[in-house]
Design a protein. Structure first.
Length: 136
């Protein structure tokens, strides 16, 4: 029975974290974007995020944040949220669910703890044309 279930693969849709200046906070902050670099519009987009991990020998977990978008057009981006400085030391997880037509897609994306320290994984983010950290 399980072999009859077809789970579609998420392609050309990913998250990017970009360090940007904030006039409100007067410092660089990390913003997370949902990037739709596909030829399809995404409908009924839902993003659930949380952070978790060990900090100073103690297990930490943040509350869940939920974001919803009616539609994310093809070849576009949506700003999801800012990652707080003290949460950068934890794993930041983004669970994405959306429809293309009548097909449901979902995937979990994780920015590993202290991802910003590994400059070798930085790349130019498609559509935004800014350097950032991409998780596919």
């Amino acid at each position: 029975m399980q072999k009859d279930i077809k789970i579609p693969e998420v392609e050309n849709v990913f998250f990017a974290a970009i360090s940007e200046w904030s006039d409100d906070l007067m410092e660089n902050i990390w913003n997370v974007y949902l990037v739709n670099d596909s030829d399809f519009d995404l409908d009924g987009v839902m993003v659930v995020s949380k952070a978790f991990g060990t900090l100073n020998g103690e297990m930490k977990k943040t509350s869940l944040l939920r974001h919803a978008f009616t539609r994310l057009p093809s070849v576009s981006v949506a700003k999801i949220e800012m990652i707080e400085k003290n949460v950068l030391e934890l794993n930041n997880e983004f669970m994405l669910t959306y429809f293309i037509g009548n097909t449901l897609y979902d995937k979990k994306f994780i920015f590993r703890a202290n991802f910003f320290n590994d400059k070798s994984h930085f790349e130019e983010v498609p559509i935004l044309f800014k350097d950032g950290f991409v998780v596919r």
